[in-house]
Design a protein around this ligand. Structure first.
Ligand code: GLN
Length: 197
């Protein structure tokens, strides 16, 4: 059943699409998968899920979505990227594969697979004042970290060692972790507020 409010999309090229659709629908949103430019035209906001940024990059070009995505992001569409989605939204990426492109929009540098082998996946609690209590239980899976931020970027969360793991700039929101797998819905709420505003 379609929810109320503006229609929002989840980029459905690869990654954990279903989990994001479930969180958004749980919040009452009319959320649909986006694979084609015409489907992108139909949404007022977009979630880019986690998965593998190199694959999402290649598929977005193969599906003719890269240019439309860049132009919607530049035009101010609210977008929330998790993990590989954060990489896709970053202006600069280190440890990319040869030829890897991002969509950009966030004036940040992100390092792919920033936590190395021994820390392939881990979980921790993050205090994020903008989201209030309780702390966010964050699951990191082969996660990136933000290593540099431009002047317009708001840092929402960093680990104890200083590595930045959640950022916001205008209508763009990015987290290195996966709220959609833990029942955490405050980032999606924040995204939907941007869409409604
Ligand atoms: N390491 C992946 C990448 O580079 C991201 C992993 C994830 O999205 N969970 O795209």
């Amino acid at each position: 059943m379609a929810g109320s409010g503006p229609r929002v999309g989840v980029l459905a090229l690869q990654g954990d699409v279903r989990e994001h659709l479930a969180v958004l629908r749980g919040l009452g949103a009319d959320a649909v998968p986006v694979r084609r430019p015409a489907e992108l035209d139909d949404v007022a906001g977009l979630v880019i899920p986690g998965g593998e940024s190199t694959v999402v990059d290649k598929l977005s070009r193969a599906f003719g979505l890269r240019e439309p995505l860049v132009s919607r992001i530049t035009g101010g569409m609210p977008v929330y990227g998790t993990c590989a989605g954060l990489i896709m939204l970053s202006d600069r990426v280190t440890d990319a594969i040869a030829g890897q492109q991002t969509l950009g929009g966030l004036d940040v540098t992100v390092r792919r697979n920033a936590f190395g082998n021994q820390n392939d996946s881990f979980e921790t609690d993050l205090d994020i004042p903008e989201l209030g209590d309780p702390a966010v239980h964050a699951v990191f899976i082969r996660a990136p970290a933000v290593t540099e931020t431009g002047p317009d970027v708001v840092i929402l969360a960093a680990l104890d060692d200083g590595r930045i793991v959640a950022v916001e700039q205008g209508n763009l929101l990015g987290t290195a972790f996966h709220p959609e797998v833990t029942g955490e819905d405050r980032f999606h709420r924040r995204f939907l507020q941007r869409v409604a505003g």
